[in-house]
Every structure is written in structure tokens, then in C-alpha cells.
Write a protein that binds this ligand. Structure first.
Ligand code: GDP
Ligand code: MG
Length: 163
């Protein structure tokens, strides 16, 4: 059975950018769920050794603080129900935020592999700033640049081991 990978994280960290980067072309869209609360995109990624189904989560518009909390719960629920593997994306430019900590806490209760991604690590300077995230108590992070492709090979190499 093809494995499902869900990208979760608060708005603007770069989830959709990674989704599109991994996809390269958007032709493989399997299904779309329109609407505010269950907005997500599905696509089959076939560029690597083992194909997998990728889910992009989150709204596609700016949202309020209240909506943020609801969206985080929905993403976590989605991760429980539909995903085999979870990418929890954070943003080095913002550093570790309370919402990141909250999401990580929810994901800890799920017995599924979680990859912790620190996005927008476009260069060596940002690489140094990733130390912030170690206070989450996680020993393995993936510094990536969804936009420029940095770190994606390491991420996919490790993902392939469990696909
Ligand atoms: P989402 O809300 O998590 O889906 O985030 P988006 O993918 O829409 O990206 C939010 C913003 O971050 C956009 O302006 C992107 O261009 C920018 N962004 C995404 N990935 C990167 C990255 O690797 N480096 C930098 N510098 N910006 C990025
Ligand atoms: Mg998005």
C-alpha cells in the first residue's frame, strides 16, 4: 500500500511551497476538498524511488488567531486519521513559536513517525539559527529550504527508509 505523508504546521511556514517543490508538476492531483475548514490538497509524488501520497494541509488564506487554533486541531486530526507519516514544518525566520510547541505536543500523542522540518534555511546563516528548535526536546531536525531545494535530498533519503 502506498504511504501517505501529511505536511502540517502553522500558516506561512512554507507547507504549500514544499508540496509544490516535491510535486514539481501539479498534474498528479488526486483530489481536492474545497472549503475553509477542510482545505487540503492531495497528490501522488512519483519522482523518487518509492511513490507516496502527499497531503498539503491548512487554509489558503490568512486566518485569525481563533481560526489558527481550530486549524491546528484539524491538522492534527487529519494526521491521526489519514497520514502514515507526518512532516511538521516550522520556520527558522520566526524561530520556535508557541503554536509550534502546541502542534509538536499534539503530534507526540500520535504513534506515527514525525519528521521535524525547519524551513527557510536558505543558507548557512539560517542554519545557525536552527539551534532554537532543540528546546523542543527533539534530537533530529531537517533544515530545509522548500523554495531553493536545500536539504530536500537528506529528507527524502530518510523518508524512503520507511516508505
Ligand atoms: P503555508 O501557509 O505553510 O502553505 O506557506 P506557503 O508555502 O504559502 O509559504 C509562505 C511564504 O513563505 C511564501 O511567501 C513563500 O514564498 C515563503 N517561503 C516558503 N518556503 C521558503 C523558503 O524555503 N525560503 C524562504 N526564504 N521563503 C520561503
Ligand atoms: Mg499553504
Amino acid at each position: 500500500m502506498i504511504k501517505t505523508v501529511a505536511i502540517v504546521g502553522r500558516p506561512n511556514v512554507g507547507k504549500s511551497t514544499l508540496f509544490n517543490k516535491l510535486l514539481k508538476k501539479r498534474k498528479a492531483i488526486v483530489e481536492d476538498f474545497p472549503g475553509v475548514t477542510r482545505d487540503r490538497h492531495y497528490a501522488e509524488v512519483t519522482r523518487f524511488l518509492t511513490p507516496f501520497l502527499l497531503i498539503d494541509t491548512g487554509g489558503f488564506e490568512p486566518i485569525s488567531e481563533d481560526r489558527l487554533l481550530i486549524q491546528m486541531r484539524e491538522q492534527s486530526q487529519l494526521a491521526v486519521e489519514e497520514a502514515d507519516i507526518i512532516f511538521h514544518m516550522m520556520d527558522v525566520k520566526d524561530g520556535l513559536t508557541p503554536a509550534d510547541i502546541e502542534i509538536a505536543k499534539m503530534l507526540r500523542q500520535i504513534n506515527k513517525p514525525v519528521f521535524f522540518l525547519v524551513n527557510k534555511v536558505d543558507g548557512d546563516k539560517q542554519e545557525l539559527d536552527t539551534v532554537d528548535f532543540y528546546s523542543l526536546g527533539i534530537d533530529k531536525f531537517y533544515p530545509v529550504s522548500a523554495e531553493h531545494g536545500r536539504g530536500i535530498t537528506d529528507l527524502i533519503d530518510d523518508l524512503e527508509k520507511i516508505l
